[in-house]
Design a protein around this ligand. Structure first.
Ligand code: URA
Length: 437
């Protein structure tokens, strides 16, 4: 097989065979294909797309390029959840304990933050003592004992995707539906769950800023998951503004405790309720989404979800005291409000900028191994549709370095637009795609 021929096939808009795809992934993973040839093929895929069959073959080849986890020791239907990323997205920390408190086993691997999106693992690391680097044996034993474990994704899952993703990041080939779909689904298939729930975010804080592209991505991933034999459902969510009130690691861990204590904001409650309800449906708990949402809400009201979170923290070496006293989580030294310079209604928020400001304050990483200041972040006081008076705070910067905080004020203020007209609050859920759509 000849790599140059593979590149020319895609350049000339023809379909790649399974053999060509398998050869490329296997030889690139072994270091036998140089990055310049891989980049050329990625760009040809970016420009000319792929048929569903090619995306499935690419997904399976990448899934098998590293470890393939076996969760069969855990009884029951294991449902994995994946979000394509957002700002203020603390959903995993909330939904997973709620679903586990309904008796569904949760064995979830999550990622660390990179760029303007933060990762669940960094948020959990804000809980003193909490261990996210469990061995596979501990991970499985914890799920068998208490029904839940959350750990950082092992280094060896979908190895080819790791290499290719790093290359896409520097060759202008990230925003391609076949490449995103195969990247996400290869990791999900290798993670061993029986069924998959995808949250596909859409808006100014997401990879996909148009609803049409978000829907296309969701449909592609659902098809690939189902073709690979795993029932897959996608929920499209609105990411035109940060989710909930806080963005930043410790701040979001505290907010997750608040939500599980019944004190969550409406938008984040809705997203957690709908995603939780679809996970329960996939796990065979109940077919009716509205009834499942009521069950999820009951686990907030009776605090069983919060107790499950506490149990998980204890099992993973963390300080359970944070549950009764969330204010004991680390806080930043300075809280600096940003006040509105005009009267009106919030019309739009450039959500990516809020995520970027968290990184600029030290709360995220630009490179994989950058250190992270877990205490810093942004508190969002005014959301789309809210009325604002001149001089009223719209955000609070939580910072450990005053200069860094002041350097973000203009950038953050300019992320908002206002209008004199009343603005409707955005819908949180934009659609659901399942195998039957
Ligand atoms: N997340 C992934 O895992 N891969 C992509 O390509 C984009 C988002």
């Amino acid at each position: 097989m000849n790599v140059n021929e593979i590149i020319k096939t895609k350049r000339d808009m023809k379909e790649l065979s399974k053999e060509q795809i398998d050869y490329f992934i296997s030889e690139y993973s072994k270091g036998n294909i140089p990055d310049y040839q891989a980049s050329s093929l990625l760009m040809a895929i970016y420009l000319n797309g792929m048929k569903e069959r090619e995306i499935l073959d690419l997904t399976l080849a990448m899934a098998h390029s590293g470890d393939f986890l076996d969760l069969s020791e855990i009884k029951g239907i294991k449902v994995d959840k994946h979000s394509t990323g957002g700002i203020g997205d603390k959903v995993t920390m909330v939904v997973m304990p709620l679903v586990a408190s309904c008796g569904v086993p949760v064995a979830k691997m999550s990622g660390r933050g990179l760029g303007y999106t933060q990762g669940t693992i960094d948020k959990l690391n804000a809980i003193p003592g909490f261990k996210t680097d469990l061995s596979m044996e501990q991970f499985i034993n914890n799920v068998k004992s208490i029904g839940i474990a959350l750990m950082s994704q092992t280094e060896n899952i979908a190895l080819a995707d790791k290499k290719l993703y790093a290359l896409r990041d520097v060759t202008g080939t990230v925003e391609s539906i076949p490449l995103i779909a195969s990247s996400v689904m290869s990791k999900k298939l290798a993670s061993g769950a029986d069924k998959i729930l995808l949250e596909v975010t859409c808006g100014s804080g997401a990879f996909m800023d148009s609803p049409m592209r978000a829907q296309m991505l969701a449909e592609t991933m659902v098809k690939i998951g189902n073709m690979a034999g795993k029932e897959t459902v996608a929920v499209l969510t609105n990411m035109n503004q940060p989710l909930g009130r806080f963005c930043g690691n410790a701040l979001e861990a505290k907010e997750a405790i608040d939500i599980l204590s019944g004190k969550g904001e409406k938008d984040v409650n809705m997203v957690c309720g709908v995603l939780g309800a679809h996970m329960l449906k996939l796990a065979g708990v109940g077919n009716d989404i509205v009834e499942n949402m009521k069950l999820i809400q009951s686990k907030i009201d009776n605090r069983e979800g919060l107790q499950k979170f506490k149990e998980m923290i204890g099992y993973q070496g963390g300080s359970i005291g944070v549950i009764d006293n969330p204010d004991s989580l680390m806080t930043a030294k300075f809280q600096i409000p940003i006040n509105s310079v005009e009267d009106g209604f919030v019309e739009s928020i450039e959500a990516k900028n809020i995520g970027q400001a968290v990184v600029n304050l030290g709360g995220g990483r630009l490179k994989k191994d950058d250190p992270v200041d877990l205490a810093v972040g942004i508190e969002v006081l005014k959301k789309i549709g809210d009325e604002v008076k001149q001089g009223e705070p719209i955000m609070i910067i939580h910072a450990n370095d005053e200069n860094k905080a002041y350097s973000q004020i203009t950038f953050l203020r300019e992320s908002y637009t206002f209008t004199k007209e009343k603005v409707e609050k955005p819908k949180e859920i934009l659609g659901v795609i399942d195998g039957e759509n």
